[in-house]
Design a protein around this ligand. Structure first.
Ligand code: ADP
Length: 162
């Protein structure tokens, strides 16, 4: 059984994240989308909300599940009996940070591999931060996130002054 962990903030999940999930689901027997608590990043959505949005987005994918974690990633990966970590690479700008993270994780546990997946080209400009900014200002995010995430964004930002 080959398991891969896809860790991230998912604040909230976008179609770019989903694209990576779908690609990973074709390569691995089991994919765990692991939402990091990340208090320090002051997420817009609570941990429960972020996990809930992921759960709904992946429910049609039989070998994908949603979970949360608040510990050292490599320890979480071992605990889940996974062999690898998958991360998305959008552009060169992602590379330096991702490279550092992957090598550090390898230092911490050399048995765990990190693999990178490139999303469909139309999603390379997508980020949770940009999607939130557009939604906050009342813009249309329908092409960027699943419908239920769009609804959650609208609710989160209702009452916010434009
Ligand atoms: P983090 O805070 O850990 O970077 P994110 O939720 O922002 O969490 O991203 C999780 C992973 O998904 C990262 O590897 C990031 O590069 C990747 N990612 C984010 N947006 C996209 C996208 N549009 N296409 C492909 N990968 C993406």
């Amino acid at each position: 059984m080959r398991t891969v962990i896809y860790p991230g903030s998912f604040d909230p999940l976008t179609n770019g994240h989903l694209d990576v999930v779908q690609r990973a689901a074709k390569l691995f027997d089991r994919v765990v989308v692991a939402v990091a608590k990340n208090e320090g990043k002051h997420p817009t959505f609570t941990l429960e909300e972020r996990v809930g949005l992921v759960k709904q987005a992946v429910k049609h994918l039989k070998n994908v599940e949603a979970d949360s974690f608040d510990r050292l990633l490599v320890d979480y990966v071992v605990g889940k009996q996974a062999q690898a970590i998958v991360r998305g690479l959008r552009a060169v700008s992602d590379f330096e940070f991702e490279f550092q993270l992957a090598l550090m994780n390898r230092k911490l546990n050399e048995n765990i591999e990190t693999i990178f997946m490139m999303p469909k080209d139309t999603y390379t400009f997508l980020s949770s931060r940009i999607v939130k900014e557009i939604a906050r200002l009342g813009g249309d995010v329908s092409g960027f996130v699943p419908v239920h995430v769009q609804a959650a964004l609208a609710q989160k930002f209702s009452g916010v002054k434009k």
